[in-house]
Design a protein around this ligand. Structure first.
Ligand code: FCB
Length: 497
């Protein structure tokens, strides 16, 4: 792999969702745009000023009947109860307990204590009027060592959760893997080991057997790209590696694991629907040079097509394979039949949208829009429209669900007990308006999940960033509906923004 490619990979990693420097400082590898002139030629909206809140008096945008208004969480980020009821250790337990890895030395040991407070959280979801709740199942609660018989107490927790959702008229959407790989499997090679993909399929089959009759939508692997980039290129996520050659072998094994899990559900005779959950970044050239267009194309290959093409078309993009080179561990690791497994037909595609990427002629990146408190996130609602319409155009009319969209805001619990997160209201309204435009233009979008239901453990940022509709007062674990939660309740009631 050339030095140039390696540098680009690291830049890519710096830009990926949730990538942060260990100290949380501004990302040195990202060049801040000097101004609009430096970026002339960006599309679309190249001459627009940074987004202003849409006028609140604007006509309401009605969503389709039965639209699945939802919110999302993941196990390690909210559950806590790290050592209870037979739960094993995951790579995130190890990583968060390693000094210097997480801001303020935070861990997910307690998090939002959802494991104990799930009934209260279910009631809050009902009060909001949620129709869909996306959560993840903790692999080490089900198989403490990553293999073998199910831990009944782990299964029972998710049964109680899923039954509680049904009792409240909320549809469960379960992610099988949101990054908490059992540490025992990491010790055996982690995702660099092909065998772990098969262990994942066994775990998936165990979960399908236990919960398959009551979960209508399954998502296999959350954001394989973030594991690849943050876990194995940039090293800011577990397991904290910086090894590009390993990273793309991991990408292949994650995709293989996805396909094997899809096959496991079909073998089980499960009636639920299933699909992958990809964080997709629309990539735009930073100027109108042919070189920027070419660099953007390859960038898009690494960010989007690597995952979309393999899962939905049964092939890896040629430009990415050529860039990795025939001697790379990934290219050498692809076996006959793998792509047939990876492209096992799915029922739904989950899209997570947070930020666009602007690519320069030399393969670097620049910022075009203001960022949120997460330095990797440029706020660009039109990117939601672009990525949804692009997926439908390039991959056909597969049903789509947005399973994550949101931002961190500097939320403060005021003396009168309110949290005025007006920035979140503006952000969500603008992104929902963009999603609505995509629906109007024919995108088969069936649901939308705000990230996140609750403030939670934001990986390397610990508890510093607050992404929830619901504020968590961590010392007391009191839940407080933010202004955005009240606003979202009205959106759901009106089926309109
Ligand atoms: C996504 C992750 C999710 C959360 C949001 C902010 O990349 O899937 O767990 O961290 O970013």
């Amino acid at each position: 792999m050339s030095m140039l490619t390696r540098r680009h990979l690291l830049r890519r990693a710096a830009l990926s969702a949730t990538a942060v420097t260990p100290a949380g400082a501004a990302l040195g590898a990202v060049t801040t745009a000097a101004g609009a002139t430096a970026l002339a030629g960006c599309q679309p909206g190249e001459d627009a000023e940074p987004t202003e809140p849409a006028a609140s008096s604007a006509a309401r945008l009605q969503f389709p009947v039965n639209f699945g208004w939802g919110a999302a969480t993941s196990a390690y980020q909210i559950e806590g109860a790290a050592k209870e009821d037979g739960r094993g250790e995951s790579v995130w337990d190890t990583f968060s307990h390693t000094p210097g890895r997480i801001r303020n030395g935070d861990t997910g040991d307690v998090a939002a204590d959802h494991y104990h407070r799930y009934a209260e959280d279910l009631d809050l979801m009902r009060d909001l009027g949620l129709r869909s709740y996306r959560f993840s199942i903790s692999w080490p609660r089900i198989q403490p060592d990553g293999t073998g018989a199910a831990n009944q107490r782990g299964i029972d927790f998710y049964r109680r959760l899923v039954d509680g959702l049904h009792e409240r008229g909320i549809s469960p959407m379960a992610t099988l893997f949101h990054w908490d790989l059992p540490q025992t499997l990491q010790d055996a090679g982690g995702w660099e080991s092909r065998d772990v993909a098969y262990r994942f399929a066994d775990y998936a089959a165990t979960v399908f057997e236990a919960l398959g009759d009551r979960v209508p939508v399954w998502l296999t692997i959350n954001e394989p790209k973030t594991v690849v980039q943050n876990g194995y290129l940039f090293g800011h996520h577990a397991p904290g590696r910086q090894d590009p050659d390993a990273a793309y072998l991991v990408a292949h094994h994650l995709q293989l694991a996805h396909g094997l899990a899809v096959q496991a559900l079909r073998a089980e005779g499960g009636t639920g629907r299933i699909g992958p959950a990809f964080n997709l970044h629309p990539c735009y050239p930073a100027d109108d040079s042919p070189a920027a267009a070419e660099a953007t194309r390859l960038y898009d290959g690494y960010e989007n097509r690597l995952y979309l093409d393999s899962a939905l078309k049964g092939s890896y993009p040629e430009d990415v394979l050529a860039d990795l080179g025939p001697t790379s561990r990934m290219v050498r690791g692809i076996r006959d039949g793998d792509l047939e497994i990876i492209s096992s037909p799915v029922d739904v595609l989950a899209v997570q949208y947070y930020t666009p990427i602007y690519v320069t002629a030399n393969g670097g990146t620049v910022r075009r829009w203001p960022t949120s408190e997460a330095s990797w996130q440029q706020i660009y609602p039109d990117g939601m429209y672009d990525i949804l319409t692009r997926v439908t155009r390039d991959y056909g009319p597969i049903p789509l669900t947005v399973t994550e969209n949101g931002l961190p805001t500097p939320d403060v619990l005021a003396a009168d007990g309110t949290v005025e997160d007006t920035g979140r209201v503006t952000f969500l309204r603008d992104h929902l308006a963009a999603a609505h435009r995509a629906v109007t233009d024919g995108v088969p979008l069936e649901s939308f999940h705000v990230w996140s239901l609750l403030d939670n453990f934001e990986w390397a940022e610990g508890y510093d960033q607050r992404w929830g509709l619901i504020y968590i007062d961590y010392p007391t674990q009191r839940r407080v509906l933010k202004r955005s939660a009240h606003w979202y309740r009205q959106v759901i009631a009106d089926n309109a923004v």
